[in-house]
Design a binder for this molecule. Sequence first.
Ligand SMILES: Nc1ncnc2c1ncn2[C@@H]1O[C@H](COP(=O)(O)OP(=O)(O)O)[C@@H](O)[C@H]1O
Ligand SMILES: [Mg+2]
Length: 397
Amino acid sequence: MAQDPEIIIIDPDVSARSDTADVLAAGNLTVVGEADYGITAVAVAKEHPPDVFLVSMEEPAARAIQTIEMLGSAAPDAAIIVTSSLTDASSVRRAMVAGASDYLTKPLKPEDVTRAVYAILEHEERKRRNADGDLTDLVPRGTIITIFGAKGGIGKTTIATNLATSLARMTDANVVLVDMDTRFGDVAIMMDVAVDSSIADLGRRIDELDRDSIKEELVSHHTGVSILPAPPHPTEWRDLTADHIEKIVNLLAQGHDYVVIDTPGTFNEIIATTLELADIILLITSMDLASIKDTALALEMLRAANISDDKMKLIINHSTSANSLREEDVERVLEYNVTWRIPHDYNVSNSIQLGIPIVVAKPYARVSRAIIDMAHALSGTPKERKGFLERFLAKVS
Ligand SMILES: Nc1ncnc2c1ncn2[C@@H]1O[C@H](COP(=O)(O)OP(=O)(O)O)[C@@H](O)[C@H]1O
Ligand SMILES: [Mg+2]
């Protein structure tokens, strides 16, 4: 990808061009030219095709649209980003149909422009590689969901086991649950399965593994979930590197619709890998002050690692009216919206003792409903389908 992408600004308004150039400079982007609509734009484009055109579009949009179409022919390898104060869907649609790859509304923010430019270039680069016959990006891959939290005892494993079970039960998806808790590894206990082979055994045979042979190493749970347990002894993690974890998770993702990863309340190289690979990170917090303080640090760390906010969903566990903090307080302190809340429910500890996920043991319990709803939202399947719970129960029994 272009390290220092070249950008040309197209805008009939000369003073607006220099404002846009200032915004780009603030976003560390290099402007290599600017022009009016129409023939001038095309001349500039032909003389020095940039990586990206930033085209301003205001009402009446006809000339901007015509210019976007002409730029597409004059410099077919350059991407076009439209900037506009028009926010209606039909303006966005017209720009896209004419050939724009992205649409930013004014006033422009440097970080938004920078993000848009790099996202488009990355996309174009991937398209080019695929066209060149490098099809590595085209291998179908399931969704990787990493359950993360700043400390232990906040319900990560409870949520991981029940979410994996819900996903397997309500869709006919293949789900694998990976115990990446490098300290305690409670998944096997919570799901009541015996550990014959663990992720550490996979590490020892890493070179022989492929997407089919790895499946033979998984434990089948009666709920339909496949489980990759943690090693019985935490010292066995020492032989696993970030490269091992990356390969294992990628192979699992090639053979499963969902890879749900449980993590410890600590941070290390292995956990960093699971966060980088994740399509969705569920960041779990409880409502006490210590947990919120730790969650604030975790959020800061995830952002510093350039993990995009789109991937991160904040979840409050143990939420009860008895919590001294309110959800609004949590959102204000963390400057982050809460996506889901899982109620506190005394049935949870009972089901853990029985080794049965609560969504199976007590599907009508409030905590089960909350986790099943979350699974619906994550999988994009409609919730509250009539008779769903009956079907859920029928499948389980
Ligand atoms: N929503 C909940 N309601 C009641 N108890 C819960 C809930 N979530 C977790 N627990 C309890 O909290 C304890 C810690 O949960 P666990 O999932 O092991 O946390 P972590 O994996 O973050 O260490 C468990 O004993 C579990 O029973
Ligand atoms: Mg745990």
